[in-house]
Design a protein around this ligand. Structure first.
Ligand code: F6R
Length: 241
């Protein structure tokens, strides 16, 4: 795990965007694993700015998002499909057909999960996976548990995650309690992983991920076993390292 600490969130975002640019220039048909949430917003802005400067071309890219809330239509303003359209896809030249966010509204969610893993595989697997991290060290929506999950799954969200994300909804009751999420094994199959964390809220999770024991109680700790992980932090997120 290579850990880099930057002076602020903007410097983190610029460094993350450069990693995307390098990936796309090395392999124009890269399969990108993407994340939502507050953390990647600035990174996506930097990526759009590199795209506008002609420094990244997404014409041949494919993307797979980590997760989607169960019960939210794709056009719901808090759905992760909507987030991706607004924050990234509408501003770059990725082919909409090549962008994938799991469905949170299909009747057969087990089939959605199986088809998602199969689609990633048939596209050749994820070349670069972007991750944020929860305060409880979740990655995707793989919450602390007594085992590491395998493929894409229907995940129950914990109180910590519900409390962290309910602020984006009009009322806490509207916040979904479940999500479709790539599993830990799906994430670990990515060839390269780029994890970003910002702010003091994430400092404990980062220190447990980097220096703690590998345990499903700290889902991100499994990344210690991956040989191509880059971690980009601002000073506050790195404060307990
Ligand atoms: C998002 C995701 C989550 C977030 C994590 C951090 O697609 O899978 O694991 O990365 O909850 O969220 P923020 O960035 O809002 O602190």
């Amino acid at each position: 795990m290579k850990v880099h600490v930057f002076k602020d969130s903007q410097a983190v975002a610029k460094a993350a965007a450069m990693i995307f640019a390098a990936q796309m220039s090395e392999k124009p048909d890269s399969v990108l694993g993407l994340a939502t949430g507050a953390t990647p917003v600035e990174t996506y802005k930097e990526i759009i700015s590199l795209y506008n400067d002609g420094q990244i071309d997404f014409a041949k890219a494919h993307s797979y998002n980590l997760d989607e809330y169960i019960g939210l239509e794709p056009d719901h303003p808090q759905s992760y499909r909507y987030f991706m359209q607004e924050q990234l896809f509408n501003h770059i030249n990725i082919d909409p057909q090549n962008t994938h966010v799991p469905s949170g509204i299909a009747r057969d969610l087990a089939a959605v999960c199986a088809a998602y893993d199969a689609a990633i595989k048939s596209d050749g697997g994820i070349d670069l996976q972007l991750l944020g991290i929860g305060k409880n060290a979740h990655i995707g929506f793989n919450e602390p548990s007594d085992h590491f999950s395998k493929g894409t799954l229907v995940a129950d969200l914990t109180e910590s995650t519900i409390n962290a994300n309910a602020k984006f909804f009009d009322s806490a009751d509207e916040m979904p309690r479940q999500a479709v999420s790539m599993g830990i094994a799906s994430i670990m199959k990515s060839r390269k992983i780029l994890l970003i964390a910002l702010g003091e809220d994430k400092a404990k999770a980062i220190s447990d991920m980097v220096n703690g024991p590998i345990t499903p109680q700290v889902p991100a700790s499994i990344l210690q076993l991956h040989d191509n992980v880059i971690v980009l932090l601002d000073k506050a997120a790195a404060s307990l390292l």
